[in-house]
Design a protein around this ligand. Sequence first.
Ligand code: ATP
Ligand code: MG
Ligand code: MG
Ligand code: MG
Length: 481
Amino acid sequence: IKREKVKDLLVTTTFGKEVIVMGWVKTFRNNQFIALNDGSCMANLQVVVDFEQTPDEILKKITTGAALKITGKLVESLGKGQTVEVKASSVEILGESDAEKFPLQPKKHSLEFLREIAHLRFRTNTFNAVFKIRHHLAFAVHQFFHERGFVYLHTPIITASDAEGAGEMFRVTTLDFDKTPRTETGEVNFKEDFFGRSANLTVSGQLEGELGAMALGEIYTFGPTFRAENSNTTRHLAEFWMIEPEVAFADIEDNMNLAEDLLKYVIKHALENCKDELEFLKNRLLEEEKNKPQAERSELNLLEKLHFCLDNNFERLTYTEAIEILKRSKPNQKKQFNYIIDEWGADLQSEHERYLVEKHFKKPVILTNYPADIKSFYMRQNDEEVNGQKTVAAMDILFPGIGEIVGGSQREERLDKLTQRMQDMGIPQDELYWYLDTRRFGSAPHAGFGLGFERLVLFVTGMTNIRDVIPFPRFPKNAEF
Ligand code: ATP
Ligand code: MG
Ligand code: MG
Ligand code: MG
């Protein structure tokens, strides 16, 4: 269907031209002025209706949410804040919208309310901006790796391996169609022999990714990942997207550099390509900050925060150094960071991570060399011990307002060390024979990481709940559409 997009019309100056535009009504004022949005940008096109020439039957159907086809002339606008408008010669109602029932009224709705009508929140400027930025970030991720010669390797969604060993997997089963699909009590019969073994939705593409890296050299995977997280946090989803590069002949240092470069590259890309969207979200956040007490307002606005991240080197330190800092930290009166770690060996809670990033260093932080006991089996054991305890070449990147955004490591390439560790942790080696074969046949140092895509989108958009940066959030008790 031939039509002009609002985005293009708003910057043209070819007045007098006859155009067709289609979109949804945001507002209709004085039986005359339609604010029309077609999703191509956040701005609306003003359409001026000649109410004397337009039948009442049509006029009363121009309601908030309705879809219209407008034919008219592009003219210079005298209204403030816009240069063009369309003088309609005909208005066709494509889809009516009952204004009484349409939940999106021309006013600002809370994110909590919009989450309840997640199927319609796409129509708001906030979500238009968030999902455009999400798109640009995804595009930039692919561009970054492509420019560097990485191969996009599609790792499986259905797999038998459990990389993290955290027991947060969703099991994959089939309906048993040989029998009645439902038992007498109404329960569904499942059978698990489709794959001849139990299978689950992937929690990470890393182990399979390592197979690729140990042949192609540099690969990345970027796909959906599933974790049956029991927690209802603002940082966890049951279905999220993860970016996982894996690089042969690389060590932990290369890994940190790659992750920092990637994060800066995609943030820069968003700043350059999503100006209107970021400006809108920045102002939205500033509005919200006004409701907070002065002391809790952030020092930097969204754009300044993103630029700050580009202009500064991420702080790099070891887990042990971080523990020393946390031990010295004093709980503040607001009890925001009141849980002081006093034991080497404990895993950092998100409030520790945020203390380091937001209060202590005030910039992104890369922590390395974690205690082996709190990290996965595949991470490379360091030569030197701390307090007589083993550490591994792990790295976590912590971001302001987010906490952990990246988790990665140099991998254990020495077969004897790896199998010893698997034995200590009770991980069956026969099931992972294919993984161990990379160490049996031409093992080499290699490293990689996982970047949680939604956490990246959270950071760049300044949103605060991870359910607001993915179009169809999956979390406990929520998988309707
Ligand atoms: P966390 O400590 O926040 O639970 P994790 O250490 O369990 O994260 P990893 O296994 O290291 O996570 O996964 C790599 C990255 O994937 C994390 O750094 C994070 O950005 C992201 N991530 C992990 N779990 C989730 C989740 N449930 N929802 C969204 N993103 C996640
Ligand atoms: Mg976790
Ligand atoms: Mg973690
Ligand atoms: Mg992690």
